[in-house]
Design a binder for this molecule. Structure first.
Ligand SMILES: Nc1ncnc2c1ncn2[C@@H]1O[C@H](COP(=O)(O)OP(=O)(O)OP(=O)(O)O)[C@@H](O)[C@H]1O
Ligand SMILES: [Mg+2]
Length: 363
């Protein structure tokens, strides 16, 4: 038996006047899933999220929540709640009043409401903060108040539009981990909008990558990273080296591609990207799938030679741009720094190993 999706988009189109903001979105979000909408500014992430909440009418198609078509269902009758980027808490109210704001039309007794507020605060790690003035909170704490307020009515779906983007890096990373934990605890379906690919990879069960009103790829983080279905997706998620390639043969499940500097490569058909790359085929390598070989180190199956063009030191990692012999442009290689192993200098001649299993052929 397949479970019914929590959210289903069926051929959703949205026009703002002449502008075609959503171009036939079809996708399903599973119950209890941490789902992200990822894409560059203006691609339609917020618009799509707002069609779930009911803040945005769609021009054609359908949005279903828990099997029910939401056409004509106003926002306040939908089983969803939303946390915004500017989390709009009321500074002149106490923390408890802010969290309880969502209950103002609820008919429960004062005592019951107070209990719900306390539970919601505990959920987000703010137990005992109820009496505090909201303006006397840090950015991270305010975001927690906004979360508690959204969760207090126990929606089936929590919609989060760039909820962490106003926080600085350290707190943002901490909140990411807390959000994942919270989502697992409450079991509610989370739909997160972000333009930060790292954030999407860290937090999501699955990610829809969007460009210009369309979903370019929908997959789990590892598939997106290892097998992006187009150069555009590969470029948006992390760093990928692209080397021009010529396909020279196909036999069964193996495709042979010729790459200047690397020679003939055999690529499994499962590593061929599904979407066309344009006229010129290319192979793609992530920086960590290439390795600098130190003196005396044996190569795996393959080895090439080159000169270090650029070195960027990150403490735990070093990024090297290496110009391989016979290749026009340098490739980026990331190496984990190991105590006792020196960081190499620009101009050093070096050997590079790679594993053919890790590359993706775009054709
Ligand atoms: N009310 C509106 N009227 C007209 N055009 C709009 C309206 N809202 C959004 N758009 C346009 O629709 C497109 C998608 O907007 P949307 O806000 O969904 O993008 P986004 O992916 O959330 O971007 P960002 O990362 O910048 O928030 C944009 O080109 C935007 O200018
Ligand atoms: Mg947006």
């Amino acid at each position: 038996m397949t479970t019914q999706p929590m959210i289903a988009f069926r051929e959703v189109h949205k026009y703002y006047g002449d502008y075609h903001a959503l171009r036939g979105i079809t996708a399903e979000i599973r119950p209890g899933e941490f789902f992200s909408l990822l894409g560059p500014s203006g691609c339609g992430k917020t618009t799509l999220l707002r069609t779930i909440a009911g803040f945005e009418d769609i021009s054609s198609g359908a949005v279903l929540i828990d099997g029910r078509d939401m056409a004509g269902v106003p926002a306040n009758k939908r089983p969803t709640n939303m946390v915004f980027q500017s989390y709009a808490i009321f500074p002149h109210l106490s923390v408890a009043q802010n969290v309880g704001f969502g209950l103002r039309r609820d008919t429960r007794s004062k005592g019951e409401k107070a209990k719900l507020v306390e539970e919601a605060l505990e959920m987000v790690g703010l137990k005992g903060y109820g009496a505090r003035a909201a303006h006397a909170l840090s950015g991270g704490q305010r975001q927690r108040v906004a979360l508690a307020r959204a969760l207090i009515l126990k929606p089936k779906v929590l919609l989060l539009d760039e909820p962490l983007s106003a926080l600085d890096r350290k707190i943002r990373e901490q909140m990411q981990v807390e959000l994942i934990k919270l989502q697992r605890e409450v079991g509610i379906t989370f739909v997160l909008v972000t333009h930060d690919q790292e954030e999407a990879l860290v937090m999501s069960d699955r990610i829809a990558v969007m460009f210009e009103g369309e979903i370019a790829q929908l997959a789990d983080p590892e598939t997106l990273y290892r097998r992006p279905n187009s150069r555009r997706v590969a470029d948006f998620i992390g760093v990928m080296n692209f080397l021009p390639a010529t396909v020279t043969g196909e036999r069964g499940d193996t495709i042979t591609a010729e790459v200047a500097g690397l020679g003939a490569l055999e690529v499994a058909r499962s590593q061929v990207s599904l979407a066309p790359a344009g006229d010129q085929a290319a192979v793609g390598f992530r920086p960590e799938t290439l390795t600098l070989l130190y003196e005396g180190q044996q190569a795996g199956d393959r080895e090439a030679q080159g000169v270090i063009d650029e070195v960027v030191y990150y403490g735990d990692m070093t990024y090297y741009d290496v110009r391989l012999d016979g290749m026009e442009r340098p490739v980026r290689i990331s190496m984990r720094n190991v105590f006792g192993r020196p960081v190499l200098d620009v101009g050093t001649r070096t050997r590079v190993a790679w594993s053919p299993g890790a590359l993706v052929l775009f054709r």
